[in-house]
Design a protein around this ligand. Structure first.
Ligand code: ADP
Ligand code: MG
Length: 608
């Protein structure tokens, strides 16, 4: 048999290796920014075009490169940062593997200009898919400029995997934030398609957070400071009341490097136990400084995963430090800024004899005798066109797959005299503030109230095409976002308008809301939108996502009542009725089961 093994040419090997380091424009941005920081830059410019597809350029005022280094830096395993294996355990730089520039050059057209501070002239190198096209002297400022053009020009398959520009840009923006947040002494500008998105000036950590996320973050955060032999922790954690429903702004840095570490992230979240509801997450920006010999950053090519020798000690310290910050500062602010408001009752007139108040009620009132004026629908808004579920109990006896194909119109079953309707149905019971229990012909029905409400709201939002009831706000509310989020938010406005929001823009990043759907509290608008954006971005990253569905799903999640909300009898009945009007009542739009039916035989089966 003939030999079948051959050695891959460098260009192919580099392309394969590039896949590990550069999988989308944001990863190239990360590598270039890190190189600029390693070069000691105090000013960094990031210039991006078409979300990085056509251009990613990083210009720094760092140490620059010599003529031969400017050529050598594109070789694989070419690095000035380590010399021997032992150096791996004393890493003080962001890079050290010497593969970023080689990888980038393998899949793009790269133009490098670099000049050392004591040189007269700089060097220009043009390289395309690993082939050096040109190298010559040039005059240029001190430092380095690397322009990466037409990323993946020679790997069309990868290019096809790229998402639409707004998504790729939000990845780039997130990468930029991860780098710029913790390297806060450096100045940065970030342009996208000629528009200035960020202009950051060197300062301290809190200033950087406020520059990026808005000055209102200063009031949302408590400082964390802990200095032990194992680790020094400095940073900020959110006050419990600013917890969010998605894990958006959770930043953990180790030795100036953003890392993902589920156990340490959990340590911070654990400190919030009992302070925030389930499925809410704190925001945090925490910097851990540890001896480089106690960590291994070389376990993953992108270096966002690290291993610690003292992991369990770190976990304990981090949790304790966060808890302390929450306890200490929580109490302090309460005392200083929130004096207990005493209610001021006017004195009763002399000789006044208090009388027991009379209660007036209509004993014949029944919210389900459909005069149309029910005691309040949990589905809110314009329920008028929705079918009435006069017989939800019998509806559910449809087989599951039938239920999936049934349309809302079809659920209006003909009313037959004497059959069970919600008004005569057994009363419901609320369990643990989160579940509604009722009976069905086929067994015991248990409903998850939050998931069910989410389903009801989602179906309503999806069914309204520009006819949603809007509630005009007495005072317009301004909401502000980061530049990339503002771009995404603008895209969403037409769909939001269909849901009853009226939104205009002032400038590039501020929006003014003049009307909202009835059930939304204006004081929570900013938070609602931030959470919708976070969820929307998350779901849009999945393949084949539909914009309107994503928006309605995240709005429904935010607008649904929470587990733990006490419900009146009529509200429970209404929720069940609304739920059974939905096309797919048994799952929430985010895929959670809304109900379970326990048949009598299971209920009474005694396990032995
Ligand atoms: P690494 O950062 O892991 O060393 P890279 O491929 O990112 O590998 O860079 C290779 C080398 O090129 C670096 O070690 C450094 O010496 C040099 N270099 C890269 N970017 C810059 C820059 N912006 N300024 C100065 N030198 C740079
Ligand atoms: Mg590097």
């Amino acid at each position: 048999m003939s030999d079948i093994i051959n050695i891959l040419p460098d260009s192919v090997a580099n392309q394969i290796a590039a896949g590990e380091v550069v999988d989308r424009p944001a990863s190239a941005v990360k590598e270039l920014l890190e190189n600029a920081l390693d070069a000691g830059a105090t000013k960094i410019q990031l210039i991006v075009k078409d979300a990085g597809r056509t251009l990613i350029q990083v210009i720094d005022n760092g140490c620059g490169m010599s003529d031969s280094d400017a050529r050598l830096c594109f070789e694989r395993h070419a690095t000035s940062k380590i010399h021997k294996a032992d150096d791996l355990f004393a890493i003080h730089t962001m890079g050290f593997r010497g593969e970023a520039l080689a990888s980038i050059a393998a899949i793009a057209q790269v133009e490098l200009k670099s000049k050392m501070h004591d040189s007269e002239l700089g060097t220009q190198v043009i390289i395309e898919g690993c082939d050096i096209k040109e190298q010559c002297s040039c005059s240029c400022p001190n430092g380095t400029s690397i322009a990466v053009k037409n990323l993946f020009f020679n790997v069309p398959a990868r290019r096809n995997f790229l998402k639409k520009d707004s998504i790729e840009l939000s990845h780039i923006e997130e990468t930029f934030r991860r780098v710029a947040l913790i390297n806060y002494n450096t100045d940065y500008t970030f342009y996208h398609n000629g528009k200035l998105l960020y202009d950051l000036h060197g300062g301290n950590f809190l200033e950087r957070i406020a520059q990026m996320y808005g000055q209102n973050y200063r009031e949302r955060l408590y400082p964390v400071d802990e200095d032990t032999d194992v680790v020094k922790i400095h940073g900020y954690v959110s006050k419990p009341e600013y917890a969010r429903k998605s894990r958006g702004e959770q930043y953990l840095f180790v030795n100036h490097r953003y890392i993902k570490h589920p156990a340490l992230n959990a340590a911070v979240e654990k400190a919030y136990t009992d302070l925030i509801p389930d499925h809410y997450y704190p925001t945090y920006f925490l910097h851990l400084e540890v001896d480089p010999s106690r960590i291994d950053v070389n376990i993953h090519p992108t270096k966002t995963e690290v291993k610690f020798i003292d992991e369990s000690t770190l976990f304990t310290i981090l949790r304790a430090a966060t808890k302390r910050a929450l306890g200490q500062f929580g109490l302090a602010t309460e005392l200083e800024f929130n004096p207990i408001q005493e209610v001021d009752f006017p004195p009763a007139p002399q000789g006044y004899v208090p009388q027991q108040p009379q209660i007036h009620y209509n004993p014949d009132y029944n919210p389900f005798h459909s005069s149309g004026k029910s005691g309040g629908s949990l589905s809110g808004g314009t329920g008028a066109t929705r079918p009435k579920s006069s017989q939800w109990t019998s509806f559910f006896d449809l087989k599951k797959d039938e239920a999936e194909t049934v349309t809302p119109q079809q659920t209006t079953l003909p009313q037959t005299e004497g059959e069970a309707t919600p008004s005569t149905a057994e009363p419901c019971l609320q369990l643990m503030g989160s579940y509604i229990v009722s009976t069905m012909p086929s067994g015991l029905l248990v409903i998850d109230q939050q998931a069910a409400h989410e389903r009801v709201i989602y179906d309503r939002l999806m069914s309204q095409e520009g006819n949603a009831a809007a509630q005009q706000l007495l005072f317009p509310v301004n909401c502000q976002f980061s530049p990339a989020d503002a771009d995404i938010f603008s895209e969403l406005i037409p769909d939001m308008q269909k849901q009853g929001f009226e939104i205009g823009s002032i400038g590039q990043t501020t929006f003014v809301v003049t009307a909202t759907p009835a059930e939304i509290k204006e004081s929570e608008l900013q938070q609602l939108f931030e959470q919708v954006l976070a969820e929307y971005k998350g779901s849009m990253m999945q393949k084949f996502a539909d914009r309107r569905q994503c928006l309605c799903r995240s709005l429904a999640r935010q607008m649904a009542m929470k587990a733990g909300t006490p419900l009146q009898q009529a509200e429970m009945q209404q929720l069940i009725a609304d739920l059974f009007c939905c096309m797919v009542p048994h799952v929430s739009p985010s895929g959670k089961k809304t109900m379970a039916i326990i048949p009598p035989e299971k209920l009474f089966k005694i396990e032995n």
